[in-house]
Write a protein that binds this ligand. Structure first.
Ligand code: NAD
Length: 433
């Protein structure tokens, strides 16, 4: 099949590459000229494990192309995916200007039947808006389909190639048939392709992300309670997670969820609910808990340093919002850095992949280390903000030699608390005695 993907970011690049991997001819379109130039030369623009190899293979075999021209990119495609940003607007609702802007442009250039697919996370009713925006200028036949994306950054290629499920909101047989054929190679093990109406598909994505965010905020509240009652959240987690109805995943407390999806999708669903006169109370609490949790370590740190962080120097391990990505959107580490530097402290950080992105946003406000150990030089304490695997079993002897004082604030519960305290560290984590 010939496919066009409009928007070549985390979702667009992974989707385009993985569609090419099963033999489709894919053109990815982006307005960012530098990005298109780099990708056309075979330079990958995001860090995503396993992506580069598949990207290069498909680029070299001529199945993957990049362009800045929407017209050229969609000309031969039978399916056009919109993988465009849907950032929060001023009131928190999803801003559809990118999606509707491209839909309007498509209306002016379409010449034959195509399926236009919303892959971006968009509020209920967007498929109808996209349809109207195209129909305003194009009088020929076309269908609009909602096909939300569930990939996780860090394991995006695997998620795309072997999705737990594919959700397709479509109302014509012609569009359903094309979408079913496109996804068939990805669900050969029998995972479901679930066809539904467009509105239900749109809501499915928000409900999924909001439910996962709820699980995280719930466990963060349980952790708060553990700290006050002297219970151990790790034990509680294992105790409840072995119940099939609850499940083991997404029960890890920490310093809050971040990233480009959960915060904005929770906000957008609250706003969508308000627009139809419904007060989605649980989600407001989920958001509120997360806001507080991002700074949960700060009072602990302040108390340890007797209310005076001025002149203190901190090492931070981890800047990305989660491991195995360079994505720093809404990363809890950035909130910590802001709070520490405003209190007069200095910070040296290390992250295996995300440092260039952080530099792009906050520049020289902090210093950047070339290794996790270099970051510790002369630090009054180490703060762990992201659970990269390489931080889990560090060389404690090197750490001891580098840190000014043996103090660790662990926002991701990486270490065995007893063991590390026996080694002479002052150690504070989340929800553990
Ligand atoms: P992104 O910011 O990484 O990528 C968006 C791309 O669109 C950018 O490269 C940008 O230059 C490009 N763009 C903007 N306007 C354009 C235009 N008019 N024409 C062509 N290109 C244009 O965003 P993302 O993380 O890939 O997310 C895209 C959508 O997918 C969002 O709705 C998001 O909520 C959703 N989503 C994201 C993830 C994720 O893990 N990142 C997962 C599932 C769903």
């Amino acid at each position: 099949m010939k496919i066009a993907v409009v928007g070549t970011g985390y979702v667009g690049l992974v989707s385009g590459t993985c569609f090419a991997e099963t033999g489709n001819k894919v053109t990815c379109i982006d307005i960012d000229e530098k990005k298109v130039a780099k990708l056309s030369k075979g330079e990958i623009t995001i860090y995503e494990p396993g992506l580069e190899k598949v990207f290069l293979r498909n680029l070299n075999e001529g199945r993957l192309k990049f362009t800045t021209s929407l017209e050229e990119g969609v000309k031969d495609a039978s399916i056009i995916f919109l993988a465009l940003p849907t950032p929060p607007g001023a009131d928190g609702s999803a801003d559809l200007k990118y999606v509707l802007g491209v839909a309007d442009h498509l209306g002016k250039i379409l010449t034959d039947y195509k399926v236009i697919v919303d892959k971006s996370t968009v509020p209920v009713g967007t498929a109808a808006k996209v349809h109207a925006a195209i129909a305003a200028n194009y009088k020929g036949e076309f269908d609009v389909v909602s096909n939300p994306e569930f990939l996780r950054e860090g394991v995006a290629v695997d998620d795309f190639m072997k999705p737990d499920r594919v959700v397709i909101g479509a109302s014509t047989e012609r569009a359903k048939k094309l979408m079913g054929e496109l996804y068939a190679p990805y669900v050969r093990q029998g995972n479901p392709v679930i066809f539904m109406d467009e509105k239900s598909a749109e809501l499915t994505k928000y409900a999924a992300n909001s439910f996962l965010a709820t699980k995280i905020s719930f466990m963060n509240e349980v952790a708060q309670l553990c700290e006050r009652l002297g219970a151990d959240v790790d034990m509680v987690r294992r105790g409840i997670g072995s119940d099939d109805r609850i499940g083991k995943r997404f029960l890890f407390p920490g310093i809050g969820y971040g990233g480009s999806c959960f915060p904005k999708d929770v906000q957008a669903l609250i706003m969508s609910s308000e627009e139809v006169g419904y007060d989605f109370q649980i989600l407001k609490a989920v958001e509120d808990v997360n806001e507080k949790q991002k700074l949960h370590l700060i009072p602990k740190i302040t108390k340890y340093f007797e209310n005076n962080l001025a002149g203190k120097h901190f090492a931070i391990w981890g800047l990305a919002f989660k491991p195995n990505t360079d994505d720093i959107r809404e990363a809890p580490a950035l909130y910590l850095i802001k709070s520490l530097t405003e209190a007069g402290a200095t910070v040296t950080a290390f992250d295996p992949e995300a440092m260039p992105n952080v530099k792009g946003v906050i520049g020289d406000k902090i210093t950047y280390a070339t290794s996790q150990y270099e970051a510790l030089d002369n630090a009054d304490a180490l703060i762990i903000a992201t659970e990269w695997a390489e931080f889990r079993t560090p060389d404690f002897e090197i750490m001891e030699a580098k840190l000014k004082t043996k103090v660790i604030f662990d926002g991701r519960n990486l270490f065995d608390a007893t063991q590390i305290r026996n080694a002479g560290y002052h150690y504070e984590s989340i929800g553990r005695p």
